[in-house]
Design a protein around this ligand. Sequence first.
Ligand SMILES: Cc1ncc(COP(=O)(O)O)c(C=O)c1O
Length: 433
Amino acid sequence: MAMSGVAAREIAGVPGAAKAASALDVRADFPIFARNPGGPGERALVYLDSGATSQKPAVVIEALAEHLRHHNANVHRGVYALAREADAAYDAARERVAAFVGANPRTTIFTKNATEAINLVAYSWGRAEVKPGDAVLITQMEHHANLVPWQVLCAERGASLRYLEVDEQGELSLEQLDAELARGDVKLVAFAHTSNVLGTINPVAEIATRARAAGAVSLIDGAQAVPQMPVDVAEIGADFYAWTGHKALGPTGIGVLHGRGELLEEMQPFLTGGGMIASVDFQRATWDELPYKFEAGTPPIAEAVGLGAAVEYLDGLGMENVRAHERALMEYMLERLGQVPGLRTVGPPASPSAERRGGLVSFTMEGIHPHDVAEMCARAGVCVRAGHHCAQPLMRRLGVAATARASVGVYNDRTDVDALIEALIQGREVFGL
Ligand SMILES: Cc1ncc(COP(=O)(O)O)c(C=O)c1O
C-alpha cells in the first residue's frame, strides 16, 4: 500500500513539540494536496473541514477506479466470473469494515450514509416498538440526523422526546441520565459518540450500559468518532451504532449500521424490493437473511470497496496513532486560538480536557459574524465551515446563531493551524478590530 505511514517529526522551537513527536506524515498520500501544494507565489490548500467530509487517499481513489475498471458487475445475482468477482469484492469490503470496528459482518448493514442508518432504526425498530406514552431520550448536542428522525417518530407515535442537557463544559450529566431512566418510560437513548459542534467525546459505553440496565435500547451516532479514534462496537455494547463512510476517508454514498443480532432479526425491513427477499408470490414476500434483509436494491458496491480500502488504510496508520496525532494537533490549535483576542471556543475547555475532545473546535469571534470568519479564512486559502452545523437546537442552547468550526484529519499538521491563526488575526485587522 502506498503510504507515508507514521513518521517521527520534530517541530523545533514550538511549545509542546514533544507531544507531536509521533505525528503522522501522510499528506503525500492525498492527491488533492498536490493541487496547490503552496509553492512560490501559490497558496497551499489548508483543509480544516474534515468534520464535514474527509479528503481521500490515493489508495481509496485507486480502489474505486480499479473496481469499476476491472470488476464491475451487480452483486448477488450473476453466476459469471465477473459477477462472482464483484460479489467477492463487496463481501470482502463488508468483512473489512466490520473488523475495523470490532463488529460482526452479519450485523453490519451498508446504507447510503449515517442519516439513512439512523432512519432505518427509527422506521424499522421505532415504528414497531415505540408506543403512545413512551419516551425517546436524546441529547441537546445531536446533529439533525440523530434528532429529526426521533422527532418525527415521537410525533407519529404519541411518544415524548426528551433531552439530556449540555452543561457549560459542553458535556452531558450521567446523573440526569439516571434520573430520566428512572422515570421508567424511556424506550430508546440515542446520542452522539463525538459531537460535531462541541467536539465532546461522550462516555458511550457507560451510557449504553445504564440504558440497558433500565430496559432501554441504545443507539450511538458515531459519524465523527469512527474516523478519529479506535472504536470497538462490541466493547461499547450499544444496540445500534451508525457511521458514515465519507468522513472516514471513504467515498460518499455509503454509511454503516451495526446492530444487535436479536433486534435486527425481529425488525421488519426498512426499504423493500429486490435484493432483500427470500421469496415473493403475488400477495406476500419473505425476507432474506441478515444483513441483506436491510439492503434493498442494488447496494453501493464500488463505494463499499472504496470504504474497505479506506479502513484498511486507517488500520495501516493505526487508529491509536490517528487519535494521538489529532489530539496533539487539537491541543496546539486550542492553545493558539486562545491567543486570538475576542475569540471564544465552545465545548470542553482547552485544559485539561484534550482527552474529552475529538478533532474539531467551534468558535465565535467578537465583532465578526461566523460566516465572515469563514469568508476571511477562505480568502487566505483556509477551509473552515461556518453555520449551525446541522445542530440548530444546540446553537439555541449555546446562545449563538452560528459558529465557525475547524476540524482536523490525518493529513493536517501544525502549519495548517498556524495558517488558520494568521487568517483570523488578519481578518480582525480587516474588520478594524
Ligand atoms: C455527528 C454527525 N452525525 C451525523 C451526520 C450525518 O452524516 P451523513 O450526512 O453522512 O449522513 C454528521 C455529518 O455531518 C455528523 O457530524
